[in-house]
Design a protein around this ligand. Structure first.
Ligand code: PLP
Length: 373
């Protein structure tokens, strides 16, 4: 088997009969929109995350947009986002006429740096979006304390970290996405809990916010044909919900297999002078959506990627260009940590189907390249 960044087919084959039967059931019911499986999956995910409300929607970008809309933010309001993230985080903010205010991240954890956020506060700052990048939680104790002090909403972008668990300063274990006012996630096929198309969800423990979120997702409708606010049409297909409901039962096992690969990489690379392995935060588990190394100055990343590719090993750069260097979001501010990270990060294959043998092959080629460069 060729090594892949993500092996969706292999993952499907292991649960094929269950998935096929569930899909057939939905097809036979022809309840393609808002079928009972959508509610059942939402209830099961609420239980898994230990959160009061899971509201499914069409994708992770919509989840972020609906979250912003439900908070009644006004044009010109500022929302703090890390500069080192996927574009969707900032995109929805700009789309709603709000201002995404970028802040730099911690060089070790890749997560939003609250001391940097503090420098960007203005009277218009209304919310902050910590992104649990690569599968480990941001420093949520710091985020929550900062938000409380300055009266900000917290929207956790959990697209890469579903299943991660954060131990807060009171010693409570809370699921990623269920700490702030609202959490959002994506069920894009390659995410840790992925469906067979697009999907997303929004989490909250606040009943009033949950009602607002449901209304925004459904054309701003409080009851049929009565539109209280401007909304959107954002739903999770019943077929996707049926698939996700099955995969949810395997999520812990999926996390464990990613963690096993990560542990193997860690022990192989920890003492290598050219590599810095992912930092493990003691407050958060890491579900390794990505396994991201930092390369030393003496490594030519493109050359290394070419070498690995010639030996059948894919690799990716998440992300090559920081938000502030994107044409649509360009900024004159300086983000030295993010810019440095963008120049030296490299993500290796990590997925639920990666065998020990494949992991060994990857390790061997990484080391061979570095020792002969
Ligand atoms: C994938 C992702 C999203 C967007 O999810 P979609 O379902 O593709 O819209 C948002 N934020 C982050 C951090 C992501 O990784």
């Amino acid at each position: 088997m060729a090594i892949q960044m993500v092996d969706l087919h292999g993952q499907y084959l292991k649960i094929k009969s269950e998935i096929d039967a569930a899909m057939q059931e939905v097809i036979d019911s022809t309840q393609f929109i808002n079928g009972y499986k959508v509610r059942e999956f939402a209830r099961n995910l609420e239980q898994y995350l230990n959160v009061k409300h899971v509201i499914p929607c069409a994708n992770g970008t919509d989840a972020l947009q609906v979250a912003m809309m439900a908070l009644d933010l006004k044009p010109g309001d500022e929302v703090i986002v890390p500069c080192f993230t996927y574009v969707a985080t900032a995109e929805v903010i700009a789309l709603l006429g709000l201002n995404p205010v970028m802040v730099d991240v911690h060089p070790d954890t890749f997560q939003v740096d609250i001391s940097e956020a503090a420098k960007k506060l203005t009277t218009k700052t209304k919310a902050i979006v910590p992104v649990h990048l690569f599968g480990q939680c941001a420093d949520m104790d710091a985020v929550m304390a900062f938000a409380k002090e300055h009266g900000l909403f917290v929207i956790e972008d959990t697209a890469q970290a579903i299943g991660a668990v954060y131990t807060n300063e009171s010693g409570e274990k809370v699921s990623a996405g269920c700490i702030g006012d609202i959490g959002t996630t994506s069920f894009f096929p390659s995410k840790n809990l992925g469906c067979f198309g697009d999907g997303g969800a929004i989490f909250t423990n606040d009943d009033e916010l949950a009602a607002k979120i449901r209304m925004v997702c459904n054309h701003g409708q409080s009851k049929k044909y009565h539109h209280r606010t401007v909304g959107v049409n954002s739903r999770l297909d019943t077929l996707q919900a049926a698939i996700l409901d099955i995969k949810l039962k395997h999520l812990d096992e999926y996390c464990a297999s990613r963690q096993a690969v990560a542990a193997k990489y860690d022990s192989a690379f920890a003492s290598h002078p050219d590599l810095t392995i992912p930092h493990r935060d003691e407050k958060s588990t890491h579900v390794f959506h990505q396994y991201t190394l930092k390369l030393s100055d003496s490594v030519n990343r493109e050359d290394m990627r070419n070498y690995l590719s010639e030996h059948g090993i894919p690799s990716m750069v998440y992300y090559p260009l920081p938000l502030n260097k994107q044409e649509a979001y360009s900024s004159k501010d300086q983000f030295p940590v993010t810019e440095d990270l963008c120049s030296r990060v490299l993500s290796l294959p990590i997925c639920t189907e990666l065998s020990e043998e494949q992991t060994d092959t990857i390790i061997e080629h990484v080391k061979t390249y570095l020792d002969n460069k």
